[in-house]
Design a binder for this molecule. Structure first.
Ligand SMILES: [Zn+2]
Length: 166
């Protein structure tokens, strides 16, 4: 999924965990697990091919990534983190479960999908298996056949539910 639904879901987990003992690590771990659950829901990804953006592998070096894809990823992360930091603007963010929940929730994409290091992660014992698991949860080849709006609607539903509960 895009970064925004992941970050907001992690933030919500953190908000719920706030106050329980060990809230920060609990929010981080549950946020991390939520990543796989959300990724198992059919969704659109910004790196899916379209007419302006031919097929490329996310394992390709960054110079091969289409500019439109890099821009949409940049916007996605910027908006997502802006929302988190805006919510936490009056507190020390690193001491909140909301922050650590959202970091846990985006961690699998940061570790597994950033082209500067994703090919090396694959070779590290535990991280390599986790990356394979992360990839296997995406049924992306099937998803690429569905219209883009459907893959966006599922994410919009997740965002709406999360903001509703928040
Ligand atoms: Zn993911």
């Amino acid at each position: 999924m895009l970064a925004i639904p992941h970050l907001l879901t992690g933030a919500l987990i953190g908000k719920v965990a706030e106050g329980v003992p060990y809230a920060l690590p609990i929010a981080f771990v549950l946020g991390w697990l939520s990543h796989y659950i959300l990724d198992s829901i059919p969704h659109w990804e910004s790196y899916f091919p379209n007419k302006n953006n031919p097929y490329f592998e996310t394992d390709d070096p960054i110079r091969k990534w289409p500019k439109s894809v890099l821009l949409s990823i940049f916007l996605d992360f910027t908006v997502g983190f802006f929302l988190i930091f805006f919510y936490l603007r009056d507190v020390n963010f690193w001491q909140t479960a909301v922050f650590w929940g959202s970091i846990g929730a985006i961690a699998p994409d940061i570790i597994d999908n950033v082209p500067f290091w994703n090919r090396y992660v694959e070779k590290i014992p535990v991280l390599g298996s986790m990356r394979k698991f992360h990839q296997s949860i995406h049924i992306s080849n099937d998803q690429k056949k569905y219209p883009k709006y459907l893959g966006l609607v599922t994410q919009l539903i997740v965002i709406t539910i999360v903001l509703w509960i928040f």
